[in-house]
Design a protein around this ligand. Structure first.
Ligand SMILES: Cc1cc2nc3c(=O)[nH]c(=O)nc-3n(C[C@H](O)[C@H](O)[C@H](O)COP(=O)(O)O)c2cc1C
Length: 112
């Protein structure tokens, strides 16, 4: 699980996200590695959109939970932790980070 900064297409707004990468061992029947992105504070269909993700921090590894309730409780606290990390990094950006640039590190198109 990772806290990420996220951009949609060429839109300049930076959003926060919590992402899960793995085979969701709680369910046992997932045989590929999935990337699931939970975008904070966004109520919009993103199917078909390009997104860019920048990992801010690793929160934890995949866990096999014994109940769905436990999984849900943990994902909720992941999102709380993720928001806190992103907010702290926004207050104290690393000196080399593009968010210190005038355009806030807005995405640049590198291909057409
Ligand atoms: C923040 C976050 C943390 C997650 N952590 C775990 C985990 O520790 N173990 C796990 O089996 N699945 C984890 N998942 C994946 C869930 O199992 C998955 O989102 C859920 O099964 C829904 O899948 P579906 O959209 O294919 O129905 C996590 C998902 C998110 C968004």
């Amino acid at each position: 699980m990772y806290a990420c900064r996220l951009w949609i297409g060429t839109e300049p707004e930076q959003l926060g996200a919590t992402i899960s990468i793995g085979d969701n061992p709680t369910f046992g029947d997932v045989h590929d590695r999935r990337v699931e992105v939970y975008v904070h504070d966004l109520d919009r269909d993103l199917y078909g959109s390009d997104i860019r993700l920048e990992v801010a921090v690793r929160l934890r590894g995949m866990v096999r939970f014994t109940s769905l309730e436990e999984l849900i409780r943990q994902t909720e606290s992941d999102v709380v932790a993720s928001r806190a990390v992103l907010a702290a990094q926004a207050r104290h950006p690393l000196p080399w980070h593009p968010s210190g640039l005038e355009d806030g590190g807005a995405p640049r198109r590198t291909r057409s």
